[in-house]
Design a binder for this molecule. Structure first.
Ligand SMILES: Cc1ncc(COP(=O)(O)O)c(C=O)c1O
Length: 300
């Protein structure tokens, strides 16, 4: 996993401050109870300059996560979008991972955050390859994903990411690159922080949206597959189906598209023609080389 590189400025509550000054109190509610949420967005260089990919759905998800936490952000969607663009512009970095994060500050004792102050930051760091190896090795995480009835769907609430953290740690300790997690019914759900796909006989299958975080990259791929004539279908998947697949890959804003070369001890075929074709097209789209999808780009 990539090491975080510092940049100059962080947007905090409407103002730019130096990276080193972006601190908070140790008793902040968000730190104690995980009552914050984050977003992960990418910018890419294009022939016409640096752009942010699919900013609008990320802004929508920011407000969805805030609402799930009962958090009232003192900015509207347009102001948050402008703040994200301004942060990327001010830091003058290319190929950047943008991290908005909002959390309850400290005020009261106990887990109910009602009336607590809200702090929001936007940071921006250079990020090229999230995963270093080409065909990664994945293992099955010991803990199933948080059940849909126990977490607000489609949000990126920080507290929920203890699960991704433990899954990743488990994989790393066993010499794997990443973990895949089962849902509460024992079907394969996704990666620790990535959506998951398998290809069999020329068709892509991916778990239904109800037990996963239905990613923005996943949504992008659904559209691209339709245009490219690659059949893609939601389906409950088992570990055995993945291990018998022709191709298996992850998607996500950070990971982009990444082929999986091994699941537990089972080595997978490495030709991966469909993943390669889709990945090449995705990278062309994010880099502004496909006219039709320039509508997904916001110029910095
Ligand atoms: C649990 C989980 N699944 C899937 C994804 C992929 O989502 P996206 O494509 O919106 O980055 C992420 C990343 O945010 C994630 O944390």
């Amino acid at each position: 996993m990539a090491i975080m590189q510092e940049t100059k400025y962080i947007w905090k509550n409407g103002k730019f401050i130096a990276w080193a000054k972006a601190t908070t109190h140790i008793l902040s509610h968000g730190l104690q109870y995980g009552t914050g949420f984050f977003e992960g967005i990418r910018s890419y260089p294009t022939p016409e300059g640096e752009t942010i990919f699919r900013l609008q759905p990320h802004v929508e998800r920011i407000f969805h996560s805030a609402q799930a936490l009962g958090m009232k952000l003192p900015w509207n969607k347009k102001q948050i979008a402008e703040a994200i663009i301004a942060t990327a512009r001010k830091n003058k970095v290319s190929d950047c991972y943008i991290r908005p994060y909002a959390f309850y500050g400290y005020q009261k004792v106990g887990p109910n955050p009602a009336d607590s102050p809200v702090d929001m930051i936007i940071a921006c760091i250079p990020l090229k390859d999230y995963l270093k190896r080409d065909f990664i090795k994945v293992t099955l995480a010991p803990l199933a994903r948080i059940a849909p009835s126990s977490a607000p769907h489609g949000t990126k609430i920080s507290g929920m990411y203890y699960h991704a953290a433990l899954s990743g740690l488990y994989a790393w300790k066993r010499g794997f690159d990443e973990a895949i997690v089962l849902d509460h019914k024992g079907y394969v759900a996704e990666g620790a922080a990535e959506n998951l796909y398998m290809v069999k006989h020329g068709k892509i299958y991916t778990p239904p949206a109800d037990t996963i975080l239905p990613g923005i990259t996943r949504d992008t791929l659904m559209t691209l597959c339709k245009d490219m004539g690659i059949p893609i279908q939601e389906k409950r998947l088992t570990l055995k189906m993945l291990q018998d697949a022709d191709e298996v890959f992850f998607s996500g804003t950070a990971v982009e598209l990444h082929s999986i070369g091994q699941i537990e001890k089972k080595k997978l075929p490495r030709k991966n023609p469909i993943t390669k074709e889709l990945c090449a097209h995705y990278m062309d789209v994010v880099h502004g080389k496909v006219g039709k999808y320039k509508r997904w780009l916001t110029w910095i």
